[in-house]
Design a protein around this ligand. Structure first.
Ligand SMILES: [Zn+2]
Ligand SMILES: [Zn+2]
Length: 335
């Protein structure tokens, strides 16, 4: 199973982007991506030359669309055909997500707290969500150098609150990439762990994200495992009630070689934090000399845990990377 570097939010000149699909694909390849999801606003016509561009660039292009309405933007990937956004009123997002699911796609909130009218019509999420189980993911990091933006910090908190409520929802980054322009701002990557069993890369990416097999980073790739006496659980997995224990071994691995040469942070003061519904349950300093870090963490009361990597970027102390969660089933039968 491979961790695949994906950009999950992009536009071309088929909506308001200022780049062709070929320019987008070449730019993504140069930044070390394996895949890019094309998520033009309310259209999929930009995918027309997809196959020849995939062959020319060696990059995989995932089908998608940004469902763009007055009440919010919803990113989708994996759609097999266009989903009409026009009927959507402020209470109708669930019907929209249902239609996305029916056409093989999955749906996430795009940049939910970006300033809306009159700056960016519909950018702020106002749809009423009655059932968080239905939404597949939240784009918690939007834009370049996303970790320092206050609207992203709110989105990140929203994700944490939903995890605390017991929902299993994935978190992604998306550059909302509109044009090829030089920037020295850190670029975020969503790594998806593809199962490579069957179907196209798009189908594999949809399955990975639906299952929460995702890790987001501006630099090294961070992965997490929980080990009980019997089993090993990976990102997106859930520890079943019968395998709950008083404590687990958590193993964080950091791959400092990914996208080599395309990112740089000062080595010193990397800090791994294990965050959970119980708060911080582990902390260790990290460096590129060491790949693996082991923690003993409590099992009692644990509903979810993720790894976060903090560091220094552009003279700021900030989050560099975070994994999606590993879950644990409720402990009703546990005493
Ligand atoms: Zn948008
Ligand atoms: Zn967008």
């Amino acid at each position: 199973m491979g961790w695949t570097a994906c950009e999950l939010h992009s536009h071309t000149n088929h909506s308001d982007g200022r780049q062709s699909l070929l320019e987008l694909a070449q730019g993504a390849k140069a930044l070390g991506f394996d895949c890019v999801a094309l998520t033009d606003h309310n259209t999929m016509t930009g995918l027309k030359d997809r196959e020849s561009i995939e062959q020319e660039t060696g990059l995989t292009i995932i089908s998608g669309m940004e469902w763009t309405t007055f009440y919010g933007h919803m990113v989708t990937i994996g759609l097999t055909e266009f989903v009409d956004w026009r009927p959507a009123g402020p209470g109708d997002i669930h019907e929209g997500v249902e239609r996305v699911h029916a056409l093989g796609g999955i749906a996430g909130m795009a940049h939910p707290y970006r300033i809306g009218n009159p700056m960016c019509t519909g950018c702020f999420w106002e749809f009423e969500i009655r059932d968080w189980n239905q939404l597949d993911y939240i784009e918690v990091w939007s834009g370049t150098f996303p970790s320092i933006k206050t609207d992203n910090a709110r989105a990140f908190r929203l994700w944490t609150e939903r995890l605390n409520d017991g929902f299993r929802i994935a978190a992604t980054s998306g550059r909302d990439w509109h044009a090829q322009e030089l920037t020295d701002a850190p670029i975020s990557v969503t790594y998806l762990q593809l199962d490579e069993n069957e179907g196209s890369i798009t189908e594999q990416a949809v399955r990975a994200l639906a299952a929460g097999r995702a890790s987001v980073t501006m630099g090294p790739l961070v992965t997490l495992e929980l080990r009980s006496e019997k089993m090993v659980y990976a990102i997106g997995d859930c520890v079943p009630e019968q395998d709950r224990s008083e404590s687990y071994e958590a193993v964080v691995e950091i791959d400092f070689q990914v996208r080599e040469g395309l990112w740089e942070f000062p080595e010193a003061r990397y800090l791994i934090t294990l965050m959970s519904n119980l708060g911080v349950i582990g902390e260790q300093h990290a460096s590129s000399e060491q790949k693996q870090y082991r923690f003993e963490i409590p099992g009692k009361g644990l509903m979810w845990v993720r790894a976060e990597l903090k560091g220094n970027a552009r003279s700021m102390r900030t989050m560099i990377a975070f994994t999606n969660a590993i879950y644990a089933e409720s402990e009703q039968a546990y005493d």
